[in-house]
Ligand binder design. Sequence first.
Ligand code: GLC
Ligand code: CA
Length: 558
Amino acid sequence: MKKKWWHDKVAYQIYPKSFYDSNGDGIGDIQGIIRKLDYLKGLGVDILWLSPIFCSPLADQGYDISDYYNIDPRFGTMEDMDELIAEAKKRDMYILMDLVVNHCSDEHQWFKEAIKNPDGKYGKYFYIRDSKEGGKDLPNWRSYFGGSVWEKLPGYEDKYYLHVFHKKQPDLNWENTEVREEVYKNINWWLDKGLGGFRIDAIINIKKPEVWHDYPADRADGMCSIQNMLAEAEGVGVFLTEMKDRTFKPHDSFSVGEVFDAKPEEVLNFISDDGYFSSMFDFGTTIIGRSGKGWYDWGECKPNQYINAIYNSQNSVQDTGFLSNIIENHDEPRGVSHYLPEGKCTDMGKKMLAAITVMSRGIPFIYQGQEIGMENMEFTSMEQIDDISTIDEYQVCLDAGLSKEAALKVCAKFSRDNARTPMQWTEDIKTAGFTTGKPWLEVNQKCTRINVEQELKDDQSVFHFYQELIKIRKNPEYKETFVYGDFIPQTKPEEEVMAYIRKSEDYAFLVVGNMTDEEKTINVSGEVKEILLANDNEVKIDGTEITLKPFQSFVARV
Ligand code: GLC
Ligand code: CA
C-alpha cells in the first residue's frame, strides 16, 4: 500500500450540538470545541470529524443543509470556523467536516427555486415526478425515516419530489452534471480553507437505478425498503471516481465514507490505493441483529457475532485498504450499553471494547464520550426524545401492536439520542458541565458517576486507558506494526474471546479481550514477552495458554 499521512492517525467524532456550549444558549458550538482542543490533544487524537454545522433548519440535526457555504449561527460564525482550523493546525490536528450531498434541505435556495419553476434549471437538481393519482402511481419505496419517499411539491397538486430520508431532505439528482459541479466546487472551497477532509454521508444513495419501479411490499403499509432500489442501482463508482479526482485527490485530503449496502464485489474499490475514499467505516458490528421490520424486531449482538464480524472485515481488507473502526457514532446507541451483556456495563468491559477496537488494523474513530465510557440514557418518556428516526420507530412499534410501554422500551434501547445527550464534563445533574444554560437535550443522569472531571483525576479510568492505548499505537518503535502490520486472528468466534496478533517484520503484538462474564482459556500462537497494558494486571499465562477473567483484556508483545 502507498503510505498516506492519515494512516497513523487517531480520529474523534464531535457531535457539535452536544459537545460544549461556550455561550450558555444550551447548544454546543465551535468556540466550545476550540476550548476543548487541549483536552482532545491530551487524549491523543489527531483528526476531528465534526457532524454538520452548516446552515440548517436542523430537522435532522444538520444533516439537512440549507447553505453549504455558511456556518449555522447557532454553532458560530465563519471566523470561528477559521479559528478552529488554525487552532487545530497549531496542535497538529486536522478538521473534517461532514459532506451531506445525497440531499440538501427543502429550505436550500435550490429547492426554493425548484418549487418556483419545477421545469427550470433547479427543478432538474431534484427528482420531481408527475402523478395524477395522488402519488399512488409512483414507486412504493419507503423512506429511511418512515412513510413514502414521495412528498407533494409545495404548491402543486400533481407534482411530487423524492426524499429517501426525511421530507425535509429532498434528494439531489446526481445524474445532473450541474449538481455534481456544485458539489465539487463546494468541497474544493472548503479544502482550500485548510480542512483535512470530509466524512461522507449516506453516499451509496446518490445512485438510483435506471428504471424505477415498485418492489414487493414488506410491511402492511404497502411499501418496500429502500434497499431494493439500491440493489438495482449500478455504477455509483463512476460518480465517486469523478468526485475523488476533482476534489480529494488533488488536495491529498482524507475522506471517509459512510457506506452501507455496497455491493460486496465493489467494496475494495472504495478504499484500495486509488479507491474512491481514503477509508470507510466498518459497520460490520453495528448491523448485527437488525431486521427490516423495525427496531422492535431487532436482536442482540452476541460475542461470537461481534468477533466474527470484526475478523471478517479485517480479513477482507488486509493489505488493500484502511477501514475506520468504531464502537459507536451519533446514529447508534452507546456501544458499551449495546455490546456488553445487560447489567455488565463495567469499566472492565468498557476497557476491553476499547482495546480490541483501537488496536485493530485501520483508523480508530472515537465518538465523543466514548473515551469516558458514556452509557445509554434511561429514557422514561418519549418526551425526552428529539430524534426523528426514533419518533418514526416508536410509531412502527405501535403499528406492530406493541403497547406504549413496550414501544418506549424498544426506542430507549436503540434511540440515536442515546449518543446525542450532552457530553458529560462534570457531575452537575442539570447540565453535566456542558452549558451554563439549559441543555437542548436532557442530560444523562449517569453524569454523576461518569464525567470528564472525575475521569481525569482517576489514573485507572476509562479515559486513561484510551489514552494509554493510543500512546502504545503511536509509540515510534511500534507504530509501523500497529498501523501496517497484519491482523491475525487467534481464536474462533465461538470461543467468545477476541484475540489477534498484529505482526510486522520487527514486532508482533497480541491483543486479547474476553467478551463474556465468565473465565475463558484460549491458546495463541506466540509467547507473551511483555504486557504493555491490561485492564487487570493479574494475567494467567502458561506458555501459549492464557486464562482470562471476565472481560479481561490486554495488549502484549509476543
Ligand atoms: C447519515 C447520518 C445520519 C443522517 C442520515 C441522513 O446516516 O449519519 O445522522 O440522519 O445520514 O443524512
Ligand atoms: Ca452555544
